[in-house]
Design a protein around this ligand. Structure first.
Ligand SMILES: CC(C)(COP(=O)(O)OP(=O)(O)OC[C@H]1O[C@@H](n2cnc3c(N)ncnc32)[C@H](O)[C@@H]1OP(=O)(O)O)[C@@H](O)C(=O)NCCC(=O)NCCS
Length: 335
């Protein structure tokens, strides 16, 4: 029986820093409101002409991850790309990475599970490695949110939260038992699909129909979020899925060395931290710098925590995510 182990991590964010004060120049918001409700101080936005796209940022993060893994693009057997903001409606970003990184004609799989996308992708990679089918899998989470947000006062409750960036992990086959990805746990509840959604353009809602069907004040080609409903569900599901992961491995909350929660909102992370009675050094947050980068948030946070020496060999690392769908999931990793 094989296990899969993360052997390389990388992240990339665009250089362009957008502070809360910058946002207050284009919409009716302010630094105090944003920090108090979300913890966010600034985020990165792609700047026109800087060459970044969702796929390009994914490649930049992947190059770092591959170098750290000591692998070459030709060593990768499968690409799993998680995003809600692909460069094209179709095809997905995975094939763009295959081309840009000059990889063999390996499979490229696109995952559409929003904030849970990286955990879903990691689970897919883990299964392919555990069955013995593939040896090295590249999992990417990348988002270009800034290209599709309503940057006026109308969109402020959503637009101040999200940022651009990418993270990547290389998973490799290992035959050492009891380490690497111990288990992953995935869930969904489509009844709440419309509580956090971008309705169109889509096959049900092409642009002319969207304009005709909707009054100006309710524009469905910008993301919609029922913030308080999302918040309430997030804190419950985060807790459930972390417990599920711990229990299935016979672990307790005291066994957690590092929790990397999806960076949705600092208050959600703090709620979870308190519930599991974890000290500050056992929960990693960087939403203050990047906002919510959806599928990229966990791999960026994981990369930074590792770079800062906060994850060591033998540590029990827990990843947990919740987001649009609703979807949620966790991964328990023995580093
Ligand atoms: C979005 C969120 C920060 C809003 O915080 P909240 O405390 O629920 O605030 P509300 O939506 O009730 O809005 C409170 C007031 O602030 C206003 N407001 C909304 N966005 C604002 C902004 N950016 N700046 C200033 N005021 C704002 C609202 O219009 C409202 O004004 P009113 O009382 O005059 O009607 C919060 O609900 C949240 O974080 N939800 C979870 C979101 C999330 O995690 N999403 C990603 C999931 S993966």
């Amino acid at each position: 029986m094989y296990t899969s182990k993360i052997v390389g991590l990388g992240s990339y964010v665009p250089e362009n820093v957008v502070t809360n004060d910058d946002l207050s120049k284009v919409m009716d918001t302010n630094d105090a409101w944003i920090q108090e409700r979300t913890g966010i101080k600034e985020r990165r936005h792609i700047k026109k002409g800087d060459g970044n796209t969702t796929a390009v940022m994914g490649v930049k993060a992947s190059e770092i991850a591959l170098e750290r893994a000591g692998l070459k693009p030709e060593d990768i057997d499968l690409i799993v790309f998680a995003t809600l903001s692909p460069d094209m409606y179709f095809p997905g970003c995975g094939v763009q990475v295959q081309e840009m990184m000059n990889m063999r004609t390996i499979p490229a799989l696109d995952v559409r599970n929003q904030c849970s996308g990286f955990v879903y992708g990691l689970s897919v990679a883990d299964q392919f490695i555990k069955t013995g089918m593939y040896k090295n899998v590249l999992v990417i989470g990348s988002e270009n949110h800034s290209g599709g947000l309503d940057m006026t006062t109308r969109g402020r409750s959503v637009s101040v939260i999200f940022g651009d960036g990418a993270g990547a992990a290389v998973l490799s086959r290992s035959d050492k038992e009891g380490h690497g990805v111990l288990s992953t746990h995935l869930h969904s509840e489509g009844a709440h699909a419309k509580e956090l959604a971008l309705m169109g353009p889509s096959t049900e809602h092409w642009v002319p129909a969207l304009i005709e069907e909707n009054p100006q004040e309710d524009i469905p080609y910008y993301p919609y979020m029922n913030g308080q409903f999302v918040f309430k569900n997030a804190v419950v599901r985060f807790s459930e899925v972390i417990n599920e992961g711990l229990q299935s491995n016979g672990l307790n909350t005291t066994d957690i060395d590092m929790l990397i929660p999806h960076q949705a909102n600092l208050r959600i992370s703090q709620f979870v931290q308190k519930k599991f009675q974890l000290s500050d050094d056992k929960v990693y947050n960087n939403i203050q710098k990047y906002g919510n980068t959806t599928a990229a948030s966990i791999p960026i946070a994981l990369t930074e925590a590792w770079e800062e020496g906060k994850i060591k060999e033998g540590d029990t690392v827990v990843l947990a995510a919740f987001g649009s769908g609703f979807t949620w999931g966790s991964a328990i990793i023995k580093w």
